[in-house]
Write a protein that binds this ligand. Structure first.
Ligand code: ADP
Ligand code: MG
Length: 354
């Protein structure tokens, strides 16, 4: 296992770059400690696979360095880096049995028959493949094949890091849930550095202790699930994490204070810098209260999810979503709302102002 450090990593698939959009990755700095469980979270196209392929050595970065345990591995090929990588779609040998597929990476490392047998059975059991071990892989469903792929990545105990690239994409929803908790359990058991790539916030937040949120080739925030929820450092994190996401609306900065809808909002900091091209206030739907004072909004729509109500309200600046317990009575017409000061943030050109 290893600690993984990425230093000022940038990558472009083009030979010449003229603007930010020409880069698949921009200025990525990461310090992942040995044995940690990490998730890389972001929408399709934000650079997740590019980053994994750079860590595994399938791709050479345009700029920057990769270190394993402080040793520069940038010039090493994938085999020399000793990594297990599990791809989005199954990579298995159809003509071999499930058993032989799982045993293959171990045979390659020259393990004894008994060592191989005990490892294969352990992983087989964990992934609920025991009853199919002697079947040919060709006959399995997409789910079953991807479980073998996972197994092949997990059998070796001598790898520096195990990386999963959206591994549950082809898995049936109910099994997805089972495998997700199994991977978490497995991490706790074998304590190996794991990197889990996904566009699904629930997958990322349940698997990882630390989540790295990516947006357009950049890391916009690294934090625990709670940190990402409570204090988004970038408007993208506000939008992307949470359901519904954070309300982000235009505001003005006046003498260091937030002016929203003609009212000064209670704020945690005096804002010093003012030369932004846009400023916005961010508040999660969970942290808005009905009140006798504050901002006047019109109720547009109420949806009841059973446990919660989501209320779409409208003011001059746009739609504000509010989340309440299902038992709260919602006025039918217009209402005043206030924002919980502790969770009210202001963003300058999409980055939090502190
Ligand atoms: P993700 O895995 O987050 O969906 P990728 O790392 O696959 O994102 O892609 C990041 C960006 O790089 C995208 O704009 C994508 O179109 C581009 N890209 C990915 N692979 C290649 C490639 N082999 N050649 C050219 N562009 C690529
Ligand atoms: Mg990808």
């Amino acid at each position: 296992m290893a600690k993984i450090t990425l230093k000022d990593l940038s990558h472009s698939y083009l030979t010449k770059q003229s603007n930010d959009a020409d880069w698949a990755l921009r200025g990525v700095d990461i310090d992942w400690k040995d044995g940690g469980a990490y998730a890389l979270l972001g929408p399709s196209g934000c650079g997740k696979t590019t980053l994994l392929n750079i860590i595994s050595g399938l791709l050479k970065p345009t700029k920057g360095e990769i270190l394993f345990d402080d040793k520069d591995v940038t010039a090493l090929n994938p085999v020399e880096r000793d990594i297990a990588q599990i791809f989005q779609f199954p990579v298995i040998y159809d003509t071999m049995t499930v058993y032989d597929n799982l045993a293959f990476p171990l045979k390659n490392r020259g393990l004894s028959k008994t060592e191989i047998d005990s490892k294969v059975k352990e992983i087989g059991e964990m992934l609920e493949l025991t009853s199919t071990l002697n079947n040919k892989a060709a006959g399995l469903t997409a789910d079953g094949k991807q479980k073998i792929s996972l197994g092949r990545g997990l059998v070796r105990s001598d790898v520096n890091v195990i990386m999963f690239d959206e591994p549950l994409t082809v898995i049936d929803p109910h099994l997805k849930w089972v495998l997700r908790s199994k991977l978490k359990e497995l991490h706790q058991k074998i304590n190996r550095t794991m990197i889990y790539v996904t566009h699904d916030q629930i997958e990322a937040l349940t698997f990882a202790d630390q989540v790295v949120v990516m947006h357009e080739g950049q890391i916009v925030q690294t934090g625990t699930p709670v940190e990402l929820f409570e204090k988004p450092k970038h408007t993208f994190v506000g939008h992307f994490i949470g359901s519904p996401g954070m309300n982000i609306l235009p505001c003005e900065i006046e003498n260091g204070l937030i002016n929203f809808e003609g009212k000064i909002l209670p704020n945690n900091t005096i804002i010093k810098k003012t030369n932004f091209s846009k400023t916005q206030v961010g508040i999660r739907p969970e942290f808005i209260n009905f009140s006798n004072e504050g901002i006047e909004v019109k109720i547009k729509r109420v949806s009841n999810t059973g446990r919660h109500k989501v209320i779409d309200t409208e003011c001059n600046s746009g739609i504000i979503k509010i989340l309440t317990n299902a038992s709260v009575e919602i006025p039918s017409d217009s209402v005043h709302i206030t924002f919980d000061q502790k969770y009210t943030y202001v963003y300058g050109d999409d980055w939090i102002i502190e």
